[in-house]
Design a protein around this ligand. Structure first.
Ligand code: FES
Ligand code: FES
Length: 158
């Protein structure tokens, strides 16, 4: 099947088996290895990308479903190698350790900061519930996302 999609603002067209996982197509065919595989079963959120602005586990999506869709991966968050405010805050707060969950958290956090204006800690925890991290205990992740959201004028503190 011929798949046409926008990935991080650039048009991509590829010929592939439509049931392949979007995660694999991004990593293997598009060279976008920032998107990570954790569980491979839709449980951990490590593979999160935005499809038409919504966070989705790319390990569960057959690539045939994203024909004509707009995708954003962690590589598309920032300009070149500069970290985004969310990524910087994750590093500064110690919210990134082994790093497997971090791209998925950064992508999910970006989408929620863009969508919602009044993000308190409870709401951030709720919206990040699908992104598991076995290193940080979440408090630092939540603090980092809250700080980034507040700096963009979209959140309050706890
Ligand atoms: S790798 Fe996709 S949800 Fe865990
Ligand atoms: S930093 Fe290791 S799983 Fe989150």
């Amino acid at each position: 099947m011929k798949i046409r999609m926008q990935v991080n603002g650039a048009a991509r067209e590829l010929e592939t088996e439509p049931m392949r996982r979007l995660l694999d197509v991004l990593r293997e065919d598009c060279g976008l290895t920032g998107t990570k595989e954790g569980c491979g079963e839709g449980e951990c959120g490590a593979c999160t990308v935005l499809i038409d602005g919504k966070p989705v586990n790319s390990c569960l999506v057959p690539v045939g479903q994203v024909h004509e869709a707009e995708l954003l991966t962690v590589e598309g968050l920032s300009d070149g190698e500069l970290l985004t405010d969310v990524q910087r805050a994750l590093v500064e707060h110690g919210g990134a350790q082994c790093g497997i969950c971090t791209p998925g958290i950064a992508v999910t956090a970006e989408s929620l900061i863009r969508r919602e204006k009044n993000l308190d800690h409870a709401r951030i925890r709720e919206l990040l519930a699908g992104n598991l991290c076995r290193c940080t205990g979440y408090q630092r992740v939540v603090e980092a996302v809250a700080e980034a959201a507040a700096k963009r004028g979209g959140a309050g503190d706890e």
